[in-house]
Design a protein around this ligand. Structure first.
Ligand code: GDP
Ligand code: IMO
Ligand code: MG
Length: 433
């Protein structure tokens, strides 16, 4: 005991990586359970900035074991590159520190090519995916034709499998999408090389998690993406192809619900989104630039994975309340509160209005989101910089009021408030052992 789950409560990029890094201080295992290298998690430790896509953020701590669970889709090229980059930054990631589930599915260049071809064929209706091959890899998984990590153990059969998979994808690429085919034998030999390097990383991840839990060690499930990008509960079809919500951690790691202690939702103090889809509180003009930043600070709102400018808006409590329900959140972490310093009047979206009627909850999940008009409540802002705040009383009364109002409207306690990207730039209101 116990399993603590950290999930994004919005559309991703809430600051999960930096929170997982904080919680990992007390965890034995940190495990990714869904998504792949569409994720971009930034961890700042002193003058080092780790930008991680696949390796769990908790590995920035030297004592942790990292796991890529069965729910993850693994691009071997990204993983090996990331391991190498971390080594150059002084962080060792070897088979003693990272285990990949034999049941995790692999992403190949064919998945990436199909992702690009599908996006192009959608034209105006494109989803704005990260083009990392995520959708096609999960399609192969659900079609029961994907390639799993365990297949890397048998070299000869693996190369044949990869080659046949690329040839099958080529038929779609050339026949349906009219794009260039890939060289199947080149991809097969590239993957054979990856398999030789990654074999030692494959391990009994279900067993490792179970043993840790049985011996009272803390296991931290690291969410990628966010609740509103969940395939079932998000703003479909503008979602990712996995379940980044809390229940996804159980399936994606192979662990039962009895072990769960905390479900911590990470939310920014405002709202952001990359990619297409509805966004009722979206802003443009001066205030959007103010919230997004211009790109000169590492934390400005430009995607870690794709570099795209993130869409920004006021915090949406209708959606946050929804995230509290869908995940069964026990606590909320509020990140980037420091970004709001100096804004005279802050707005919180407390309800949606449609056809003259307003409601504090979504009528049909996120189904008709494009038609909702946000109803705002104004709160006074604060002038001073809060990056040095470390305890509740360091925060100006207006910031305290902003946090308390969010708690009341979302129906969950805020346990942590982050006021800067650094490990210690945190106001901790609860303690988790
Ligand atoms: P993730 O995908 O949820 O892990 O979030 P990202 O790492 O993609 O994006 C969050 C960005 O905000 C990163 O650049 C973090 O270093 C930065 N960040 C996190 N918390 C804070 C905070 O409280 N204040 C500021 N200024 N930056 C933060
Ligand atoms: P982290 O873990 C923000 C978005 C994409 C697109 C949609 C589908 O850093 O929070 P996909 O490539 O998954 O098929 O794209 O999901 N998306 C993210 N947005 N943060 C992420 O990860 C994301 N991962 C996927 O922009 O809208
Ligand atoms: Mg991110």
């Amino acid at each position: 005991m116990p399993l603590d789950i950290v999930v994004g409560a919005q559309w991703g990029d809430e600051g999960k990586g930096r929170m997982v890094d904080l919680f990992a201080g007390k965890a034995s295992i940190v495990a990714r359970f869904s998504g792949g290298d569409n994720a971009g998690h930034t961890v700042t430790v002193g003058d080092q900035i780790f930008k991680l896509h696949l390796v769990p953020s908790g590995l920035a701590r030297p004592h942790t074991l990292g796991i890529l669970g069965n729910g993850v889709v693994v691009n071997p090229a990204t993983l090996l590159h990331e391991i190498d980059t971390l080594r150059q930054g002084g962080v060792t990631v070897n088979p003693d520190r990272l285990k990949i589930s034999p049941a995790a599915h692999l992403i190949t260049p064919a998945h990436r090519a199909l992702d690009a071809a599908q996006e192009a064929s959608r034209g105006q209706a494109s989803l704005g995916t990260t083009l990392r091959g995520i959708g096609p890899a999960y399609m192969d998984k659900t079609a029961r034709q994907g390639i799993r990590a365990a297949e890397m153990l048998d070299e000869e059969a693996f190369a044949d499998r990869v080659s046949a998979h690329v040839e099958a994808a080529n038929r779609l690429l050339t026949g349906i999408y009219g794009t260039e085919p890939l060289d199947a034998s080149r991809v097969a030999s590239e993957y054979l090389d990856y398999s030789r390097q990654l074999k030692p990383y494959i391990g009994d991840t279900v067993g490792l998690v179970a043993e840790a839990l049985q011996s009272e060690k803390t296991v931290l499930a690291e969410g990628a993406q966010g609740t509103l990008l969940d395939l079932d509960h998000g703003t479909y079809p503008f979602v990712t192809s996995s379940n980044p919500t809390a229940a996804g951690a159980l399936i994606g790691l192979g662990v039962g619900p009895r072990w769960v202690r905390e479900v911590i939702g990470v939310a920014k103090a405002f709202q952001t989104r990359v990619g297409e889809g509805g966004f009722p509180t979206e802003l443009d003009g001066e205030m959007a630039i103010r919230l997004r930043g211009t790109g000169e600070n590492p934390w400005d709102e430009f995607g870690t994975t794709t570099g795209r400018a993130r869409r920004v808006g006021w915090l949406d409590l209708v959606l946050l309340r929804y995230a509290v329900r869908v995940n069964g959140l026990t606590h909320l972490t509020l990140t980037k509160l420091d970004i709001l310093s100096g804004i005279k009047t802050l707005k919180l979206c407390v309800a949606y209005e449609r056809d003259g009627r307003s409601s504090p909850d979504l009528a049909l999940g996120t189904y008709e989101m494009g038609h909702y008009r946000p109803v705002y409540e104004d709160l006074p802002g604060w002038e001073q910089d809060i990056q040095d705040a470390r305890v509740w009383n360091d925060l100006p009364p207006q910031a305290q009021q902003y946090v308390r109002r969010i708690e009341a409207l979302a129906g969950v306690k805020v346990g942590w408030i982050s006021v800067g990207p650094e490990r210690d730039q945190m106001v901790q209101l609860v303690s988790v052992e």
